[in-house]
Design a protein around this ligand. Sequence first.
Ligand SMILES: [Zn+2]
Length: 403
Amino acid sequence: MKYMKLCTLLIVLFGIEFSASAQKDKNDEDVVQEYSCSSEVPVANVFIEDTTPGRGLADNYYLWDNGKTLYVKFLSGSKSLQDKVKTIAKEWEKYANIKFQFVEVGPSHIRINLDDKGGHNSLIGTMAISIPQDEKTMNFDTTDFKTYAAMYRTVLHEFGHAIGLLHEHYSPIAGIHWNKSAVYAELKQTQGWTKEMVDVNLFQQYNVTYTNGTKYDPKSIMHYPVFARWTTDGFNVNWNNQLSEGDIALIKLLYPKDGGRLNEVPRFTISDFTSIKVTNSDVKQGISVYPSFNINTAGRSARVYFIAFFYDSDGNPIMKEGNSYSINKMAATFKSTVLDVNKKLSANKANANDFELFIPYSELPVATGKNNFQVEFRVYLLDDKELKILYQSKRSVFNFIKS
Ligand SMILES: [Zn+2]
């Protein structure tokens, strides 16, 4: 048992509010965005509507260690374009205590797809750690690089996300008076965006703590353009083409070159997720789920929740209200523990079955004979009132026969 003191099976009511619900339960990865960048949204935002993620605005929970060297790899793109991206990205190194080392082989933290589709996007900071090594964590769409200025601001913006920055217009102190109906109508027509996509990309607001004490900065490279026709008072923001004074001040605060970071929060990461093994036992009258992963902890200690959610064979969540084996009405089982900092723990590695999430048959629509379910594994971190997603697996199909 390599795993540290994970609590024994918890049969307590889950005390925190998960707002996962069927209609929101979709991946945002196929959100296409030409208007700007769709990076932002760590999956958490899709599932959790009442937490206040993120802070000139950074998500401190997804910051890299100060002084970190990040290995960056291109998955595609011409040598000349790659060279331009490298040069632009390094602009951040002037102010942040972080290094981008571009590599062609071996493991990497950031992987860039550089071709003529997919819009621009990047995972936020350390969320990239949970992505398999053969998958991209950042996308550039060269059709949008009609001028060097457009490429320059886009590369700075996406690398800003990659080191933990959020969209500046999410700032709770921005005070933008949106003409929401005009924005919904225009982006539906020009981008094909739904109301929900506009809400996520433009109108969401983060808790004021995410500003790290900085002021709202309409000059930030992380701000979307805002057209005057989108506001009720004519307020507008043009394309920002370079790092602002606010961007520089914020990144110096987050990654100081002299001394340690002041505002440290729990920064936990999940890596090397390989599989979910699922077994059933007629003796135990239930189903055991064994997700295989590593977890690293940094920053401060915090409580983590390891959860298995259950879906039917069509992928619809199995709803289960008012029960200890349900989370926000979804059939689920979990373990929770407080983890100390600077730990490297692993679960179900090296053929061990040392970390089990168990659910009794009685909590699922199990029938005698053939059964078919899908299982999804998620990890959340809870820090005071901040609930952050650390990992969400793809669904595993599980077939079994109950005698
Ligand atoms: Zn963005």
